[in-house]
Design a protein. Structure first.
Length: 119
């Protein structure tokens, strides 16, 4: 069964850090670009966050540039999203998805992991 499972979210104070994990099962994650996107409370649409190509090239959207880092551990079939210097606007459910490249629509099957930034 093809599956992506997100984990690592939680409640954190502004300025704090978290590391989110996206673990794949049923397929080899190294054969795909993996991206993270998020849906904030009350927002209708998801927002792209970061993506890592098969080659290892990475992309980050402007709101998270310099604060988020994405990496992959192919041996563990897992992609990580290190999120630093969190701000309240980062509060959202974070999802990961797979695609051929970071410029394609991500396919996501997970339930997401919630991040709440609050003092």
């Amino acid at each position: 069964q093809v599956q992506l499972v997100e984990s690592g979210g939680g409640l954190v104070q502004p300025g704090g850090s978290l590391r989110l994990s996206c673990k794949a099962s049923g397929f080899a994650l190294e054969d795909y670009a993996i991206g993270w996107f998020r849906r904030a409370p009350g927002k209708e649409h998801e927002e792209g966050v970061s993506c890592i190509e098969i080659s290892g090239d990475t992309y980050h959207e402007d709101p998270v540039w310099g604060r988020f880092a994405i990496s992959r551990d192919n041996a563990k079939n897992t992609v990580y999203l290190q999120i630093n210097n969190l701000i309240p606007e980062d509060t959202a459910v974070y999802y990961c998805g797979a695609a051929g490249t970071c410029h394609e629509k991500l396919n996501s099957w997970g339930l997401g992991t919630q991040v709440i930034v609050s003092s």
